[in-house]
Design a protein around this ligand. Structure first.
Ligand code: ZN
Ligand code: ZN
Length: 353
């Protein structure tokens, strides 16, 4: 089968490898239908998030059809349509036992698309307990957004939202920003969005939740929303990682800043304000507390209209074009500006529906 392998920064190419088969009793081989491109993939390819093990197949936002089951598998049969939770946890390390399985100490060698062969591939070797059977009306494309939505729900959980009348903002209109603004909307919070990139703006402006507005400048947003650029806000989800200090200075007492950007960036914060204003600076990554199941249920039930967040679907043979669309020019080995209205980019790995 054909797979997309990471070798080192900017050295990412397709190659043929052996087809997979079940090894452990609870293994399930899945024929991949769709796999989404994630910001993590971009970070790995560009070298800005140097976590991937050379030789690993990339891709972790994925759905497909069961091709083979291990001897102890009872919940799935060959032919079942499934979405794959790529986040393994061992269940018995210190992190797992203290309620942080998203930081399982056994991640090395088990993290799909990072240290374990991922799903930009014809097949993926999954575990039975990390699959969910798809309802007939859920498309493979929609199902592939379960993982990023799951990460979003993990972050929203951490915000501990109790009031819907708060002033809330989402910074960045990429796939994560769009998922966050929809997930907040589902909790009754109408956030506004700030995004500077014209390609992101062009896509996002038609796909925001009702009554959620989009601005290209933060001060301008505060003026338009509240009449004054010194207005303090209660909640910010920063998907850009660039605005920490600016937002920190604009937090109301009790305010919360959630950073979900994997960016190598340092900020200086006034510690006294954290205490004196009861501020929270929060981080979040991956899935937690059954967020994957909850994310799937929200997609299944149409609570989050994930198909509206997909801007492009490419065939696997056009993967270079797909990565170019998210700003990775693999041929020239450099990052380039986004050039088309842009949000979630998916790759069709096969014709499987
Ligand atoms: Zn992802
Ligand atoms: Zn563990």
């Amino acid at each position: 089968m054909l797979v997309l392998k990471y070798h080192q920064a900017w050295d990412v190419r397709t190659q043929q490898v052996e087809a997979l088969s079940c090894i452990e009793p609870d293994d399930v081989v899945v024929d991949i239908a769709v796999c989404g491109i994630c910001g993590t993939d971009v970070g790995i390819i560009t070298g800005s998030y140097p976590v991937a093990v050379p030789g690993t197949t990339l891709g972790h936002e994925t759905a497909g059809i069961v091709a083979q089951i291990g001897s102890s598998v009872t919940q799935f049969q060959v032919g079942d349509r499934v979405v794959i939770n790529p986040t393994y946890s061992c269940g018995h390390c210190r992190m797992c036992e203290t309620g942080n399985p998203n930081h399982c100490e056994d991640k090395f060698g088990t993290e799909a698309g990072v240290s374990y062969d991922g799903a930009f591939a014809g097949q993926y070797l999954a575990k039975e307990n990390l699959l969910i059977k798809l309802d007939a009306h859920v498309s493979m494309e929609e199902a592939s957004l379960t993982e990023p939505l799951s990460c979003t729900l993990t972050g929203v959980d951490k915000l501990g939202i109790t009031h819907t009348n708060i002033r809330a903002v989402v910074a960045g209109a990429g796939p994560m920003g769009m998922l966050y603004i929809w997930a907040l909307y589902e909790r009754g919070v109408k956030a506004f969005m700030v995004e500077k990139n014209e390609s992101r703006i062009q896509f996002a402006k038609n796909n925001l939740p009702p009554e959620c507005r989009l601005y290209s400048d933060f001060d301008e947003a505060l003026i338009q929303e509240y009449g004054d650029k010194s207005t303090l806000i209660d909640l910010c989800v920063d998907t850009t990682g660039q605005l920490t200090e600016y937002i920190f200075d604009h937090l109301a007492p009790g305010g919360k800043l959630l950073n979900v950007a994997l960016k190598d960036k340092h900020a200086t914060l006034d510690i006294m304000k954290i205490a004196d204003k009861s501020l929270s600076v929060i981080g979040s990554i991956d899935s937690l507390n059954n967020s994957f199941d909850r994310a799937y249920a929200m997609i299944r039930d149409g609570v989050i209209p994930v198909s509206r967040l997909v801007s492009h679907v490419f065939d696997f043979e056009d993967y270079e074009q797909a990565f170019l669309t998210v700003g990775c020019d693999l041929a020239a080995k450099k990052q380039v500006p986004l050039s088309t209205p842009n949000c979630k980019v998916l790759i069709r790995m096969s014709h499987l529906k």
